[in-house]
Design a protein around this ligand. Structure first.
Ligand code: ASP
Ligand code: MG
Length: 401
């Protein structure tokens, strides 16, 4: 069998005209000798509208009912797409997530896929039908409809590709994956390929093109993922396994996260209990800590810096003042309006001097680095938000992104 899973996002099925256009593309693919499973998102801003409705009715809509509601968006687009295909003379059948046995676990609105029963899909494919599956949804152990978190249709599509042992094609309103967001750097180059690790770093750093969990799944099952335009016939970007060629670029992409706050606490007594207690308190308030760095102990004291979303600052302040009351010797410094600039690339593993080059170029442009963290394939630094544009442009130029 020659199965391919295609996914079309909300913009791509945002109107009757666009749904017809998607149907034409699916038919073309079928004619080239493929059996096709299509996953679609809700039309345009449907999901946002449904969320708004729920919150207009209730301040805290029950999550079970919210899932029931949100899952309807995708049910509109699957049935319309199936009608469009049938009107064009092709046999098609639409299924909801629960209908094709997309079993999930975990909390409502944030469920995770446990497994998929492929029987129904394979049967329909064998009857020469185009199979259309609602993205973003599944069913839990109580037989309740669940959703996978916003943007979750990507994950539905990749999960289906994994269990069907098929490649996955994600069609969207961008032409592929760029090393830098073209809205920040118009000269940005589209990547022909990018590997799972890099894509995962970039996706979770907020590149925003794809649901990070979809990439995690693709990597686990070694499923090739193509990201390409749903309007134009262009090659797109392939996400797959593999190292960069040794002579290639050291850096594949750059990402910037705005709206972070950096908090530094000086003169903390060097005691593991104190540090762990402090971070547990932040966790109890669901404050999402991003970077953390701790200085080596000097004379029994350490300094700790960490970053968190600015939206969590008020909650953090409450914990900070309680901490200060308990340990009056400490000093707290808060830096609002900072951004995290990250460069990502597996090339870093085999090439030396990447960090040096990155730091040098920031310093040449008088951009201060307030905090630095690294992983094997990423260097992140906190800079002042006012330096953001300059930092992005200069870094993109220097690394030819
Ligand atoms: N319709 C859902 C959302 O807007 C899922 C998706 O588009 O991937 O989040
Ligand atoms: Mg999306």
């Amino acid at each position: 069998m020659n199965i391919v899973v295609q996914k079309y996002g909300g913009t791509s099925v945002g109107s009757v005209e666009r749904i017809k256009n998607v149907a034409k593309r699916i038919i073309e693919k079928k004619k080239s000798g493929h059996q096709i499973v299509v996953v679609v998102s809700a039309m345009g801003k449907t999901t946002d509208d449904l969320v708004k409705l729920a919150y207009d009715i209730s301040k805290a809509p029950p999550k079970r009912e919210l899932d029931r509601l949100l899952s309807t968006g995708e049910q509109i687009s699957i049935s319309l797409l199936s009608m469009a295909l049938q009107a064009m003379g092709h046999d098609a059948i639409s299924f909801t997530g629960p209908q094709v046995g997309i079993r999930t676990s975990g909390r409502h609105t944030k469920s995770r896929i446990e497994g998929i029963d492929t029987t129904k899909i394979l049967d329909a494919l064998n009857e020469d039908k185009i199979v259309i599956v609602a993205g973003f949804q599944g069913v839990n152990e109580n037989d309740d409809v669940t959703t996978l978190g916003r943007g979750g249709s990507d994950t539905s599509a990749v999960a289906l590709a994994c269990v069907l042992d098929a490649p996955c094609e994600i069609y969207t309103d961008v032409e592929g994956i760029y090393g830098v967001d073209p809205r920040l750097y118009p000269q940005a180059k589209k990547l022909d390929t990018v590997n799972y690790e890099e894509m995962l770093e970039m996706a979770s750093l907020g590149a925003g093109v794809m649901h990070p969990r979809a990439i995690e799944l693709g990597s686990k099952y070694n499923t090739k993922i193509l990201v390409a335009s749903s309007m134009l016939d262009l090659p797109g970007t392939i996400i797959k396994k593999g190292e960069h060629n040794m002579e290639g670029q050291s850096i594949t992409g750059l990402a910037i996260d705005n709206d972070e706050t950096m908090i530094t606490i000086r003169n903390i007594p060097f005691d593991l209990n104190i540090t762990s207690h402090f971070f547990s308190q932040l966790a109890n308030k669901s404050i999402n800590i991003d970077m953390i760095s701790q200085s080596a102990p000097i004379d029994g004291f350490i300094n700790i810096s960490f970053t968190a979303p600015t939206s969590d600052l008020e909650d953090a302040k409450i914990i900070l003042s309680a901490f200060e009351e308990k340990h009056p010797g400490i000093r707290i410094l808060i830096n609002e309006n900072v951004s995290k600039l990250s460069v990502v690339g597996v090339g870093m593993r085999s090439q030396s001097g990447v960090a040096a080059k990155f730091f040098q170029l920031l310093s040449d442009n008088d951009i201060q680095m307030l905090m630095i963290t690294t992983s094997e394939i990423r260097i992140s630094c906190i800079i002042k938000s006012k330096d953001r544009e300059l930092a992005v442009t200069e870094t993109a130029k220097a690394f030819d992104l």
